[in-house]
Design a protein around this ligand. Structure first.
Ligand code: PLP
Length: 422
């Protein structure tokens, strides 16, 4: 793999490899490292300390919170710093669902469910709380919902998507309206990690709110790539992850409006509005603010160029390999995201062969580390498992040059031939 961060301006490539796996993680820029460093060396104090050094750290934390919130169309108080996308999604899905369940229980809307209540028992009561998610959520959301089902007897309703991974809004409305009183939360991602499709989250929020249900948006793949206006869109909680836009891994935030019912998952000293106890990572918060700011400034200037290079790459791949098919929404997709299926080869073999040819990419779900599972989004889009297994994802944050595109396409063509695709 190319040395991360050594040449961010060139997509992190060094020894001739082309890194096309930005949706998995990104290099950290020198500016971000330089901005973070003082808060690990000189200004290292705990931001809760009353001494002057503590105040310096607290001021840096506040400034980072303000900048971060402004760049996502949120208020500083909305920002809860976390350890990344997975934690933010867990806090939103479990925290909001548990808080809402507690209210429903008090109001007698759902039965008195206790930890360990068997599914059969709670199903028999007919008064289970529900959570509505899309069928293409990341495991951080989907498995959090499954956890609520397993331990608290929630009904998990998975709303279908079409063949481009776009959520079926009519089905979402029916799913919410069938029993809004018992529906604790609607959770739908802004952009899909596997196929790049951007969801109409403003419509999702409108449907949820019309039924009095809060809406969570997993914006992990979208933050820094497409504009986000959390408050304007009416979103109640929004997850982001720093390493997708240029911070070290293990940093993120959940933005959550003060009026949203939510239970903390960590007990402790009550930092971050009591929702995320634990001494804050001041350097991390500073890095998050700077990296997001850099990404947004970059996209403001280069988004059109990035999209044009993505579309040239897509067309060149489709021209070079007649069996290849684009996956996801052809137009409404992340700017630096090109994903395909190559019926007749397996994605895993393709990845290995492409790696040997200096092209570093992925099959789609970055988080299935070490397991080559069939990308779940592709299955939800209606593809046969044997076809879904042939997925390839090329993701990048900087516009690709013609040379990058030619190299990538030529490597894909050779790999497909080497793997027996005729
Ligand atoms: N949500 C989505 C859509 C993702 O793509 C990812 C990671 O790829 C996550 C959540 C998890 O984020 P993290 O790696 O910061 O835990």
């Amino acid at each position: 793999m190319s040395e991360p961060g050594s040449e961010r301006d060139g997509d992190g490539r060094t020894g001739g490899e082309l890194y096309l796996d930005a949706a998995s993680t990104e290099p950290v820029s020198r500016d971000v490292i330089d901005a973070m460093l003082p808060f690990m060396t000189d200004a290292y104090a705990n931001p809760a300390s009353v001494h002057r050094a503590g105040k310096t750290a607290a001021q840096a934390l506040d400034a980072a919170r303000r900048s971060f919130a402004a760049n996502l169309g949120a208020r500083p108080d909305d920002v809860i710093f976390t350890s990344g996308g997975t934690e933010s999604d867990n806090l939103a899905v479990k925290g909001i669902a548990l808080a809402r369940m507690e209210r429903m229980r008090r109001d007698g809307v759902v039965s008195d469910l206790l930890l360990g209540t068997s599914r059969a028992e709670s199903a028999a009561s007919g008064r289970r709380p529900r959570i509505v998610i899309s069928a293409v959520e990341h495991p951080a959301v989907a498995e959090s919902a499954a956890w609520l089902e397993r331990f608290f007897g929630f009904d998990v309703v998975r709303v279908p998507v079409d063949d481009a991974a776009r959520i079926d809004l009519d089905a979402l409305k029916r799913a919410v309206d069938v029993d809004p009183e018992r529906t604790a939360l609607v959770s739908v991602m802004l952009a899909n990690n596997e196929v790049g499709t951007i969801q109409p989250v403003e419509d999702v929020v409108r449907i949820a709110h019309a039924a009095g249900v809060p809406a969570h948006v997993d914006a992990v793949q979208a933050a820094g790539q497409v504009p986000i206006r959390m408050r304007e869109w009416g979103v109640d909680a929004l997850s982001v992850s720093g390493h997708k836009f240029g911070t070290p891994k293990g940093l993120g935030a959940l933005l959550v409006r003060g009026s949203t019912p939510i239970e903390p998952l960590l007990s402790g000293g009550g930092q971050e509005r009591g929702l995320r106890s634990g001494t804050q990572n001041v350097a991390g918060a500073v890095g998050l603010a700077i990296a997001l700011d850099e990404s947004i400034a970059f996209m403001r200037e280069h988004a059109a160029e990035l999209i044009a290079s993505r579309d040239r790459l897509i067309q060149a791949v489709l021209d070079a390999v007649p069996q290849a098919r684009l996956t996801g929404d052809p137009r409404n997709r992340l700017p630096g995201h090109a994903s395909f299926i190559f019926p007749g080869v397996t994605g895993e073999a393709l990845l290995v062969d492409l790696d040997a040819r200096g092209i570093e990419c992925s099959s789609g779900s970055a988080c299935a580390v070490g397991r080559h599972e069939i990308p779940p989004t592709l299955l939800a889009m209606g593809l046969e498992p044997s076809i879904a297994k042939s997925a390839l994802r090329l993701t990048f944050r900087r516009p690709l040059s013609d040379d990058d595109i030619n190299r990538t396409v030529s490597a894909i063509r050779r790999s497909c031939t080497a793997l027996g695709l005729r």
